[in-house]
Design a protein around this ligand. Structure first.
Ligand SMILES: NC(=O)c1ccc[n+]([C@@H]2O[C@H](COP(=O)([O-])OP(=O)(O)OC[C@H]3O[C@@H](n4cnc5c(N)ncnc54)[C@H](O)[C@@H]3O)[C@@H](O)[C@H]2O)c1
Length: 318
């Protein structure tokens, strides 16, 4: 029923039925900022969905967040009561990755570390059906190398959602060197699932940072350099870029929103992957991450979010 509702809303009829033939169950691994949003999208579009995380607290937080979001969508009339209830019933939470044995597509959204992601895809490769597509929401890590860790490189793709996934309109689909170009499978199907979620899809070749982060991260890094070298205060850097270039958020605010640990990982991947020192992370960014200042999710990053809920930041002494 939920699928029919979205069919009417988005006019994705033939696409919908084609996808339904291939995908009934969506698995999402990692219940952080990104994984919880992706799981919400999948459940709200009528898929049986599993959200898996090794950290039970992350699962509890994700369940609270998704339940509130679905209730808000219902109260605003974006989702019927019946479909909202359906979405909440169809979404299941677990700390046991074995639950993903029935999934037709598994999207991993765990920590941005190649080693950790490789171990996960190796495990998923053993658990998942042969036909299952393994997708990574990585911001920058090579899909080709992740795919090589599995016995099914033709079925491994990048599905890079933007933050927050329920709101941001873009998904970057990344095809590894060995990803099959079969339109009905792999990157074609990943793109079609994204379109069904109401996203615009762009395709990128598998080079570090793909399209969006290759261009965005050097800008955020430069904002850290401007702060580090005392060009201006954090507030003036953000206000300058917001009003001067019509960006909805300043670069330092955006880095806090993304997560400074994530930004640092992406810059390290760009630096080593593209071999150009222009991507070397600013020492101030490195120091903030070393200090545990990971951004909004930790309550402190460039800004301190612990002292004021108003606009999420204060003129902190940090
Ligand atoms: N934050 C962003 O703006 C953004 C945007 C696009 C893509 N991404 C990518 O999405 C991924 C997740 O980012 P995030 O911001 O949601 O991170 P996050 O830190 O909010 O969440 C990561 C979650 O993964 C869980 N986890 C770690 N290892 C695990 C494992 N082996 N098995 C199961 N769960 C595990 C952690 O417990 C945590 O809940 C990263 O690859 C990141 O680069 C992030």
């Amino acid at each position: 029923m939920i699928r029919l509702c979205y069919k009417k809303k988005t006019g994705t009829g033939p696409l919908l039925w084609k996808i339904m033939a291939y995908i009934n169950t969506v698995g999402v691994v990692g219940a952080g900022q990104m994984g919880s949003g992706i799981a919400q999208l999948a459940a709200a579009h009528g898929f049986d969905t599993w959200l898996v995380d090794t950290n039970p607290e992350a699962l509890t937080r994700a369940e609270e967040l998704i339940t509130n979001n679905i209730h808000r969508l219902v109260s605003k009339g974006h989702l019927s009561q019946k479909d909202g209830d359906g979405a909440l019933t169809q979404l299941k939470y677990s700390s046991n990755v074995q639950e993903l044995s029935s999934a037709d597509i598994i999207i991993e959204a765990i920590v941005e570390s190649e080693g950790v992601k490789k171990s996960l895809v190796l495990e998923l490769d053993k658990i998942a059906k042969c036909s299952t597509i393994l997708a990574s929401n990585t911001s920058s890590i090579s899909i080709t190398r992740l795919a090589s860790a599995t016995s099914r490189p033709i079925k491994v793709i990048g599905m890079h959602f933007m933050n927050p996934p329920p709101i941001m309109k873009l998904v970057e689909i990344v095809r590894g060197a060995n990803t099959s170009d079969d339109r009905l499978h792999n990157q074609g199907l990943g793109g079609e699932v994204s379109e069904l979620f109401g996203k615009t899809v762009i395709c990128s070749k598998d080079f570090a940072g793909f399209v969006v982060n290759r261009i965005l991260m050097p800008m955020l890094n430069e904002a850290f350099y401007a702060l580090y070298t005392g060009v201006a205060s954090k507030e003036d850097i953000d206000t300058g870029m917001k009003l001067g270039t019509n960006h909805p958020m300043g670069p330092l605010e955006l880095a806090d929103f993304i997560g400074l640990d994530i930004c640092l990982s992406i810059l390290n991947v760009l630096h080593s992957g593209l071999g150009d020192n222009k991507y070397a992370p600013c020492p101030l960014l490195v120091q903030y991450v070393d200090a545990g200042r990971h951004g909004r999710k930790r309550g402190v990053g460039v800004y301190d979010y612990r002292k004021s809920s108003q606009k999420g930041k204060t003129s902190s002494k940090l």
